[in-house]
Design a protein around this ligand. Sequence first.
Ligand code: SIN
Length: 495
Amino acid sequence: MTASNASSQTLANDTLEAPAGDTVYTAVIPGLDDTDLKRYSLRSPASGDVIAEISDCGVAQARLAADNAQRGFEAWRKVSPFERAALLKAWHRAVIDAKELLALTMTREMGKPIKEARGEVDYAAGFLEWYAEQAKRIDGDILPSQHPDKRLSVLRQPVGPVLAITPWNFPAAMITRKVAPGLAAGCSVIVKPAEQTPITAILLARLWQQVGGPAEAFQVITAERPAEVSDLLMDDARIRKVTFTGSTPVGKHLYAKSAATMKRMSLELGGHAPFLVFDDADIDSAVAEVMASKFRNGGQTCVCANRIYVQRAIFDTFAERLAAAVDDLVVGEPESESTQVGPLVSQAGRDKAQSHIDDALASGAKRLTREHDVEGFFVAPTVLSGVTAGMRVMQEETFGPVAPLIVFDDEDEAVRQANDTPFGLAAYLWTRNLGRATRVSEALDYGIVGVNDGGPSTPQAPFGGVKDSGLGREGGRYGIDEYLDTKFVSTRLDR
Ligand code: SIN
């Protein structure tokens, strides 16, 4: 792919209309004076062109956001759950109505193919709808008492102002998955989006305000080098909860830092998902789901199949069919309707994925797919066989379109290899044997298991991992618990 044939159109600033040429996007923080605020340039990963200028916030803006969030919390927690639900519902409608703008924005910011970007808007909106409904279901308990003059009750109350640090790979859905339950619970939320994808976050906040959502309840602070902003907010005792999606090293750093102010933490960190294909599997459907899981977002998802284990009897057939399907993928400019795999988000992302291919080939693996004439941040979708445990592709999360195939002989060996990693986010298995499906899904040390299902993520289900993949769950009725404290009230009557 070349830079020259990618679109360099700029993105709109102050409207929710289609791109109009004004390139400045300002952080969404009530009271922000952006006259002297620095800006950073946002570049398209497909073309390398500057597509917008973004507020580069620092400690002063972070402090302002925290002050707002505290005030916003005091007001928002008093809004009835029914009114919160109605606002979330209206926001859901507004996001769906702005689907094309949001999808195009994500495509330009981080290179997600446009068709997938539209799917992400639906996924993102799904969390708004789900938590609009859940807002009305935050109930408590009445406990029995051994004393006739005592009443024991349990309330669930919002934890307080929240900091949500969100990633670039799902610029909309990872925001709504955090902000919707936070707002539904009665918390205020400051989002610090990834520096690569600030515009989607800004547009979401504008839509929130457009439907009448209070500005201090949901703010967006943008920064090119986010450590300054994050450090200040991590140290601020008024921020009672942090929810983070990103790398395991950064998650561990935040977790250690949170101890000083005893914040509640949710951490959705790295994955290294195994995909086990047993010899009784329907090979064509297993190939189709590996394609969907591995090449979704160019392999830039925490849950994508990263190690594909195939039982010996079907290995050659599976490898041949998977390689043929991968060779048919359309690699190209992300705004094109036919593109299935776009560029990776950055030079560093491209270099890591490419180095996994190069390291495996240099150590004896075999490439089963054709080579592409790629430039810039593009990486050719690649299937590798002859992969062994010591190769980098087997040790680290690739976050790119690389599918390593490993042969196994029996169920115990497959489970042992699948679990042989510090990560534990998602795992997949393919079989038509019900007993095996049950045994293996129970034995896998992962937070999410797909049984004959390569795409289990959905707003109503819990999403999250074990071990180095993180803490807590997002999504479903479990996701809102992360934003609620439990208060016990013991009342003695007639005193
Ligand atoms: C992620 O990669 O972090 C999210 C993927 C998903 O929600 O399916």
